[in-house]
Design a protein around this ligand. Sequence first.
Ligand SMILES: [Cu+2]
Length: 159
Amino acid sequence: MTTLRRAVRTSTLSLALLALAFLLTACPSGSGSDGGGSTPTPSATPGPTLNGETPVATLKLDMRDIAYGAEELRAPAGAVFAIEFRNRGVIEHDFTIDTFTGDASAFALTHDEYDVHVLLDRGESATLLLRVPQAGTIEFYCTIPGHREVGMEGVLVVE
Ligand SMILES: [Cu+2]
């Protein structure tokens, strides 16, 4: 009786050790190759995504006192792309699109008056993801009083 129980215990322990050894050897290769596995590795998705899509292009737009770093941005139609903003000025600026048709990062969609609105305080930066289904030209500008009037505006050309 006692011998039998010990034998059972020993075999159970051996099985557990075997299983542990299997898991230890299986885990690194499983997460490394990641062929559609259930656990995404952080290094495989370094940046933000929009509806699960990674941006195919990254545009940069600096903000200064008082102008954008570029008056024209070009982006692909139908694909997710990123715009990296950096406010290099000493006052706040924003990136605003009055009427926007497409997908955008949720944080930019909360304003009552504008479809897309990204407000940056001095020294702040942000990354906005957009997807515009149709080719076209979209105007953007800064809503801080007086800024658009002195030229803080531009166009996003989607093609
Ligand atoms: Cu401004």
